[in-house]
Design a protein around this ligand. Sequence first.
Ligand SMILES: [Zn+2]
Ligand SMILES: [Zn+2]
Length: 181
Amino acid sequence: MAATTVYCTNHPNIETLLRCSRCNRPFCTRCLIRTPVGYKCKECLSNQQAGYYTATLMDYAVAGITSFFVSMLGGAIAVVVGRLFLLLEIFYAPMAGGAISEVVWRASSKRRGRYLWLVACGAFIVGSAMGAMLYPIISTVMLGRGSLLGTLLLAPLGVLVNLGFLIYLALAIGTVYARLR
Ligand SMILES: [Zn+2]
Ligand SMILES: [Zn+2]
């Protein structure tokens, strides 16, 4: 039976029956970590985690900028949608949120980042609000009615009380978060 005795890869004096489920090397209980998919050695576990989150700083920057501009478009459309029919937001928001997260994901080289969703959601809120403010500003300029300064000052307030836009914001951010998390 001596031939079948297996020792821990890190501790040549400790006999063991356990193996890492990834690299199949024998390890003792001190060297293995229990995961939902079996025991793994520390080396395999850290390799796996490093491979999971691969987004670079550049990916984060691109994700934030992309999210901002796409969300701006989405927010501007949300205001128009809300004016047409408030309940349309319920259908429009998940669609727009899905499209925004898809664009952000592709722009950031389809890589995963631990905080990519946070950057995308932050940029989404700011971008959406800017987009929503575009509507009254553009209509004032195009129609030439009222003072532009007054519109500029009232635009942020208008966004805060725009129910359709707020519904859109709440629903769409949920989608962006779920897709990029
Ligand atoms: Zn291993
Ligand atoms: Zn060991």
